[in-house]
Design a protein around this ligand. Structure first.
Ligand code: FEO
Length: 161
């Protein structure tokens, strides 16, 4: 693998951890609002991001490269509303899709078939991730200002596996 690809994969590993931090911060924010369903939803999301980081870790080490961990600082730790938080969730996932696509383009440009094949899982995963985030953002916009509907949504989110 080229130095450029190794560095880009390492960066994405660290980006997945940054996203995990962001979603842990969102879980804590929602817990503070006593919206434990939302908090649970983002806790599950944060754990998924750690799993994504591990996939990069395993791939890099399997190919014989050492993983480099950066300092992880959360982009944001607080939000002024439920709407703002779920909008940030959707934006974070859209940005992640772009990063994955750029990685795929880099692998293609360098003829690195193994990395391209490895990244395909993430290409598909991002379709799911964006759809999930968009769905939550739309639901939150629909219930805006209606506390009973927000609490009903909170109960639904508590079911996330
Ligand atoms: Fe790891 Fe939500 O993308």
């Amino acid at each position: 693998m080229s130095e450029e690809i190794i560095e880009a994969l390492n960066k994405q590993l660290n980006q997945e951890l940054r996203n995990a931090y962001l979603y842990f911060a969102m879980a804590a924010y929602f817990q503070g609002l006593a919206l434990s369903g939302f908090a649970h939803y983002f806790m599950v999301q944060a754990k998924e991001e750690v799993e994504h980081a591990l996939k990069f870790y395993e791939y890099l080490t399997k190919r014989g490269w050492r993983v480099e961990l950066y300092e992880v600082t959360p982009e944001k730790k607080n939000w002024s509303s439920v709407e703002e938080a779920v909008r940030d969730f959707y934006e974070a996932e859209k940005s992640n899709t772009q990063r994955i696509w750029r990685l795929v383009e880099l692998a293609q440009k360098q003829g690195d078939k193994a990395t391209e094949a490895f990244l395909q899982w993430f290409v598909n995963e991002q379709v799911e991730e964006e759809e999930q985030a968009m769905d939550l953002r739309t639901k939150v916009e629909l219930v805006k200002g209606n506390i009973a509907a927000l609490l009903a949504l909170d109960r639904v989110l508590a079911e996330r596996k």
